[in-house]
Write a protein that binds this ligand. Structure first.
Ligand SMILES: [Zn+2]
Length: 224
């Protein structure tokens, strides 16, 4: 699977175009909140063969431009089922974050996914891992080598868990499950650079509790 990152919009969110190399079938993962991703994908030559849109979670920087993308590519769209309550706030999320000009329509959801669900992209099977905490239903999409994690995990940090619908205790459980995947996997986050699960397990200050659990050198860890 080929993974291309497009950093877009006011929040410099990382959105992704993932492509099954055997068939050329492609999926957009997350949207930004402006038309920048539409413009950048339309500028690609050859044009990507976009078959689906997948969302990690319902924050406006990740899902706000869904209707703009669907106006261009009318393809099946999947949202984590437990993310519906947050997703439905998109028309007022801009206001909630103090920027009413960023209020957005919800766009259309065709499939509501739960932990363990899969989608077929050409010959690539994408799996869905539910990782709530930052939001009620956030999740990750992955194959054997690459995982797109939204705001679950960043290089050296994690997504904020102090939002009204966040839950830090849930995030700890989710990160434990995420870090149980093979350490070589490349982690493509919603913000910041690419990393690997192994590197984060060894060095991320928010994962000290996992190092203790596994008997690894604890290093510098934060209580959170
Ligand atoms: Zn977020």
């Amino acid at each position: 699977m080929k993974v291309q990152c497009f950093t877009v919009g006011n929040f410099q969110v990382n959105t992704y175009l993932v492509t099954d190399e055997a068939t050329g079938h492609a999926a957009i993962i997350d949207t930004g909140e402006t038309d920048e991703l539409v413009r950048r994908l339309r500028a690609l030559d050859p044009a990507p063969d976009i078959k689906m849109i997948l969302l990690t979670h319902g924050h406006l920087d990740h899902a706000g431009a869904l209707s703009m993308l669907q106006a261009q590519w009318d393809v099946p769209t999947s949202l984590p089922k437990d993310e519906v309550p947050l997703f439905q706030t998109l028309p007022i999320q801009g206001t909630m974050f103090g920027q009413p000009s960023l209020n957005r329509p919800c766009g259309r959801i065709d499939h509501y996914v739960v932990d363990g669900d899969t989608v077929q992209l050409g010959e690539t099977t994408l799996r869905f891992l539910s990782t709530p905490g930052h939001t009620p239903g956030q999740g990750c999409w992955y194959d054997d080598d690459d995982i797109i994690v939204g705001d679950t995990l960043f290089a050296g940090s994690i997504g904020r868990v102090d939002f009204p619908m966040s839950d830090g205790a849930l995030a700890k459980v989710s990160l434990r499950r995420l870090l149980a995947l093979p350490g070589h996997m490349r982690v493509h986050s919603g913000h910041g650079p690419v990393t690997t699960l192994d590197k984060e397990l060894k060095t991320n200050p928010f994962l000290g509790y996992l190092r203790v659990e596994r008997g690894l050198p604890a290093g510098w860890g934060m209580d959170w």
